[in-house]
Design a protein around this ligand. Sequence first.
Ligand code: FMN
Length: 328
Amino acid sequence: MDLLDRVGLEHPVAQAGMGGGVVDAALAGAVSAAGALGTIGLLSPRAMHREIGRARELAPGRPVAANLLVPFTHAAHVAACIDAGAALVVFHGGSGQRWFETLRTAGIPVLCTVGSVAQARKALAVGVDGLVVQGVEAGGHLMGTEPLAELLPRIRELDRGLPLLAAGGIAERSDVVRVLNAGATVAVAGTRFLLTSEAKAHPEYQQRLLHAERTLRTMLFGVGWPLAHRVVPNAATERWCGPEGEVRASIRLAGRASALVSRALPASAGNAMARVQRANVPLFGPTLPIVGMPDDAVDRTALYAGETALRITDIVSAREVVSQLCGS
Ligand SMILES: Cc1cc2nc3c(=O)[nH]c(=O)nc-3n(C[C@H](O)[C@H](O)[C@H](O)COP(=O)(O)O)c2cc1C
């Protein structure tokens, strides 16, 4: 039985896992209710449990997925996903291998996000049920440096039967068709769902994306999580990034040095840091601006977005996005 049948997915489209409070049950539930796969991103274990449960209530009988960022995942997150009835779990930022057995015992398929053939080989070796293949055009934290169109066929070659979810560059029906024709099982969209009325992105963040003229791949917002990420420019990147998003060595070093400490801290520590970070001081964590934050947060936190931001011109409902992507 293929993954779509196993989890009971109607359309081959998923809303990407997006952490930091930008997705709650309203978005994931609306996506799942429309027949695609809604995903609750990393929150505190208690909040994940609550939001997965609420999303399932909004989409009765439909699957809702959970996304876990490996460096920040604790046993309580995994327990919350199982107890709340997540249909599958996607890991990002590592394979998540140490949690496989617990999830499998609970009957939950496990996928992991990869950005290179080498990462895909490693994930296959530890026995994932599927891969999310992320191209470098994607928004948020990036697992690799290759465009999806080059990476997907090479990973398809490794295992012809493995479910592959393709992430990066999905904003319209033609994008979905393209990746399905290239061997993907499901097309994954992040930025397109960020620009919906149900997303909890700060309204000014959404406006910046709608008017963006370019995106940057940078390490600027790396304190606590030194992995490259794609953002649209704001005052912080204008001040500290070169034209290609490059940052000076001391900024990269601060990210690397902070990584070990931050893993031991609760998610709320990131929000506390976001409150004190300033565009003119080069110490930026991975927090993104969500509703309820002050307006100036958009110039001192990360405006994660994929290259699709340059093509998306409207904020519509999640149901409308699913219908556009699925041609239904
Ligand atoms: C705001 C935002 C937050 C993200 N957070 C996560 C996350 O927590 N976990 C994850 O696996 N991927 C995360 N991503 C990456 C997405 O899973 C996905 O790879 C990406 O959105 C695809 O590119 P697109 O945005 O152009 O559709 C995030 C992306 C964005 C835009």
